[in-house]
Design a binder for this molecule. Structure first.
Ligand code: SF4
Length: 365
């Protein structure tokens, strides 16, 4: 693919500066920003409000889009998974989850992931590379265009979760830049208040995010109530153990808005971290730090060759009851898109033939 500036990751101001370097007036930059982010166009040819000569010039020096969709999968529950490729051949996965009140798009921040969480299929890819701001923004544009048509406004609004492949806080600057681009009211207009970023526990970045004025919500993947168990399940814990992690969350909590809470995600693995003792330890851990957190229990999504099985419904209910009896707010997350390998921890650039899959091969996005 031809090289050139990646326009999808530029803010409106960046685009104005960019067109000025080409000797064009500032309003052309604003026009291109609206074409990319509001009308969600992915080629210069479609930007027919620009003079033909300018379109030709732009195609020599810039790229309006760089991701290509390799395949997409439609779950029986309406969830869609997109397997895309970067211009240099790395896989990127995105999941669109239709919901009654708002749709949610789960995007990736890296291709693969350097962390080694043992319950996650993505870990097995290792880190291939971090994604650029444009590659993060493009995932949202592609999913919305596919779900609703090019440029059509989503009827229910869109929530974003940074819970796809990769550790978002190891690609912090690109992530924040992409969020700034997407928040612009002349573009996608998805404000940070509609975005939740999940981290495995990169403590310095949690503290840094606390000082970002217009920031997304924070979620922490916890998975275990003790260092001993968490070291096994999430080796990043050896670098930043639970005490450091929860102290950082406590600092973060000081900056929360009224009614905002830090969310903890707890993947439930049968016979590993789902016992009554674990539930008590978990409640004590949060209460000892005085955290007014929200706990999401996520039954594990099985995927070969991961050695785990999901906790039974009864175990999850019992676990929930114990946490609630100790004052913790608990939600059980219903798995979405398991049949197309789109659920939490299942993203690993799979192209196989999961059951119930409907593959759609052409995509106009
Ligand atoms: S759970 Fe998240 S941080 Fe851990 S390996 Fe998977 S993608 Fe990476």
């Amino acid at each position: 693919m031809k090289q050139g500036a990646e326009l999808a990751g530029l803010t409106q101001q960046d685009l104005v500066s960019f067109v000025e370097t080409l000797g064009e007036p500032a309003y052309r930059g604003r026009q291109i920003f609206a074409a990319l982010q509001h009308r969600r166009l992915r080629s210069f040819d479609e930007m027919t409000d620009l003079p033909k000569e300018l379109r030709a010039r732009l195609s020599e020096v810039a790229r309006p889009a760089t991701l290509t969709v390799e395949s997409r999968y439609l779950s029986a529950d309406g969830t869609r998974r997109y397997l895309m490729k970067t211009h240099d051949g790395f896989p990127v996965e995105t999941v669109f989850i239709p919901e009654e009140r708002r749709d949610t798009i789960c995007f990736s921040s890296q291709s693969g992931c350097p962390l080694q969480c043992t319950f996650c299929l993505t870990a097995q890819l290792g880190l291939l590379r971090s994604l650029t701001p444009g590659e993060i923004v493009e995932q949202i544009v592609i999913a919305l265009n596919d779900a609703y048509g090019v440029g059509v406004q989503p009827p229910r609004g869109t929530n974003l979760v940074g819970m796809g492949a990769g550790e978002p806080f190891l690609n912090f600057d690109s992530l924040l830049h992409a969020l700034r681009v997407m928040a612009d009211s002349h573009g996608l207009h998805i404000v940070p208040n509609r975005v939740t970023i999940s981290t495995a526990g990169i403590v310095p970045r949690i503290l840094e995010l606390a000082n970002v004025s217009d920031r997304p919500h924070l979620a922490i993947s916890l998975a275990a109530p003790t260092d001993e168990l968490r070291n096994q399940l999430m080796p990043i814990n050896k670098r930043w153990p639970l005490e450091d992690l929860l102290n950082a969350c406590k600092e973060f909590e000081k900056t929360l808005k009224p009614n905002e809470r830090v969310t903890f995600e707890y993947v439930m693995l049968e016979g590993i971290n789902d016992g009554e003792e674990h539930a008590r330890q978990l409640a004590n851990l949060l209460n000892r730090h005085g955290l007014k957190a929200k706990m999401n229990l996520i039954p594990h999504n099985p995927a070969d060759p991961l050695p785990y099985r999901p906790s039974t419904d009864e175990t999850v209910d019992r676990f929930k009851d114990i946490l609630e009896s100790k004052g913790i707010h608990v939600y059980v997350r219903r798995p979405r898109g398991r049949d197309i390998f789109a659920a939490c921890g299942q993203l690993a650039a799979r192209q196989g033939t999961p059951m119930n899959r409907v593959e759609i091969t052409s995509i106009g996005a």
